[in-house]
Design a binder for this molecule. Sequence first.
Ligand code: GLP
Length: 259
Amino acid sequence: MAEVVIVSDKEEAGRIVAEAIARRVHARPDTVLGLATGSTPLPVYESLRESLAGADVSRVRGFALDEYVGLDPAHPESYRSVIAREVVEPLGLDPDRVHVPSGALEGIETAGERYEAAIAAAGGIELQVLGIGTDGHIGFNEPGSSFASRTRVKTLTRQTREDNARFFDSIDDVPMHCITQGLGTILEARQLVLLAFGEGKAEAVAGAVEGPLTASLPGSAIQLHPRATVVVDEAAAARLRYADYYRYTYANKPEWQRI
Ligand code: GLP
């Protein structure tokens, strides 16, 4: 089972996860980070500005989870733009070392394979940051995704397109397809850190952490990972059956056993 950390707010979650990332960067300046988009990881990236201040980040490498297919990479909501704006530029990372899957229509048939090869060539991902969709998706692995899946093109559900319509002028502007690391790809990262905030995520979080392993709730794949941490606020933790135990465990966690 994943370790669950229940925090009072997003800022606290951001600080805890940013510190964990900064420790990896200090220990290994060319560490490979798995980067998520969406609104959830933003407090982590904000906190990282402080946690990484003064650190040499010139060799840090990164791989985004996913990208829209057919959206101009220069569009402000392409994940390439989001990662550049929220992560690469504010933290001063080398843009050539931070990768986003290509959603360009030309060459899309081989884009997944090429992305997998780039991750493997980097020696794999050290710490993968994850959010979760209201339908339980991680990356863009919609319900039904195989636990063995690799980076590939998927069709977004109506629900995900509705959820993400807030970033576009209307739902019609949200692309229909995406390219995403597979659940099998994500499970190969050496550590997973999934964040979720707000009551809208409570059901997905409970399913991912305590529900049965099922492709119907792709986030439940994290239960297969030996080192997965879930950082949630009280609202997102509201449906967790063992919330008291998680609080008790975290309060009594040995100092050396940090996330
Ligand atoms: C998006 C992303 C996911 C993200 C999820 C939740 O569709 N592809 O990586 O985790 O949906 O988004 P948010 O964090 O904005 O709630």
